[in-house]
Design a protein around this ligand. Structure first.
Ligand code: GH3
Ligand code: MG
Ligand code: MG
Ligand code: MG
Length: 301
């Protein structure tokens, strides 16, 4: 198994301090360095993965406390653990550091072996919490996003569409006559079928930048497709519906095809209409219901 090597950002305005910490940590971690608070914030916000920040407090322009405050205030940086590494050995300073959200506070001069284990402990906690977060948003059967993830993410996506004045398509998908499938082929085969469907949906979603697919319920999936024009979405979903039937998963008990098929309903979020996520989903669901009553194996918009 290849071991994940964590990345640590060392922030200090004094190069010799960076050098000392680097010597201690360079064999076990990828290291990044910043010699100012501004640079630290820039690196932490850049989107590349940082697993821990070692942060000096006394620095010109913005000090470590301010850096910490700003990183904790932003969604994309507030989960990075911060250890203050400082000569400020007053209890009040230490308390202030912890109150700002730091996970540890190391006072200089320090003992290298102790820094090593305190860093190792925090990195280990960070990796475990990342793993938990990831597991909490993935469906165990199909390995695509689950409903919890979609419910949390969708309002943020819609906010972004609102800001950018972009439309967004939501497609609700449901497997046709799936109860019959389970009843006749067994639940185990039903599970395999859901896994295959998820793979197929993912393949198409991966063709669209920023798109995602989630398992919304038992045999229901949701596609989120940003920016596309309605005609493009219709064409894509028609392809997906055909592709699913072409998987040729035998379903002798379906009334529409000898194979497993899906029905789909489309809803489009328009930025000037200010629809809530639940509204858009309800519209997609209504269209899906229509697709079912129109005979299944089709998209209704
Ligand atoms: P329709 O075409 O109207 O959608 O009919 P349907 O039979 O697919 O609809 P219904 O909602 O009655 O059936 C959904 C079935 O999906 C019932 C349930 O047994 C099955 N199902 C839900 N979750 C799972 C799962 O995780 N694994 C398996 N194998 N089956 C599941
Ligand atoms: Mg300093
Ligand atoms: Mg259903
Ligand atoms: Mg169904």
């Amino acid at each position: 198994m290849n071991q994940y090597k964590a990345t640590i950002l060392i922030v200090d305005d004094t190069p010799i301090n960076i050098q000392i910490l680097s010597e201690i940590l360079k064999n076990d971690y990828h290291l990044k360095v910043a010699t100012s608070g501004e640079k630290a914030i820039e690196i932490a916000s850049s989107g590349e993965r940082i697993d821990l920040i070692l942060l000096d407090i006394v620095m010109p322009t913005i000090d470590g406390y301010q850096v910490c405050r700003r990183l904790k205030a932003e969604n994309n940086t507030n989960k990075i653990p911060i250890i203050f590494v400082t000569a400020k050995n007053d209890v009040d300073d230490e308390e202030a550091g912890f109150n700002l959200g730091a996970v540890d506070y190391i006072i200089k001069p320090f003992h290298p072996a102790i820094v090593k284990v305190r860093v190792r402990n925090q990195v280990s906690l960070k990796l475990k919490s990342d793993l938990l977060e990831e597991l909490a948003q993935i469906d165990g059967l199909t390995q695509i996003f689950n409903r919890r993830y979609l419910d949390g993410r969708l309002p943020l996506i819609l906010d972004e569409c609102q800001k950018q004045q972009q439309k967004l398509s939501l497609v609700m998908i449901d497997v046709d006559y799936f109860k019959n499938y389970n009843d006749n082929y067994g639940h185990g085969m039903g599970d395999v079928c859901l896994i295959e469907l998820a793979k197929c949906l993912k393949k198409y979603v991966n063709m669209v930048k920023g798109a995602l697919v989630a398992r919304y319920g038992g045999e229901e999936f949701v596609l989120v497709l940003p920016e596309l024009e309605k005609e493009e979405v219709i064409s894509l979903v028609d392809q997906v519906i055909k592709a699913v039937e072409k998987l040729q998963i035998q379903h002798a008990y379906s009334k529409v095809s000898p194979f497993i098929t899906i029905s789909a309903g489309l809803a489009i979020f328009l930025p000037f209409k200010l629809d809530a996520a639940s509204n858009v989903l309800a519209i997609a669901d209504k269209a899906l219901y229509q697709a079912k009553s129109n005979g299944r194996n089709q998209l209704v918009t």
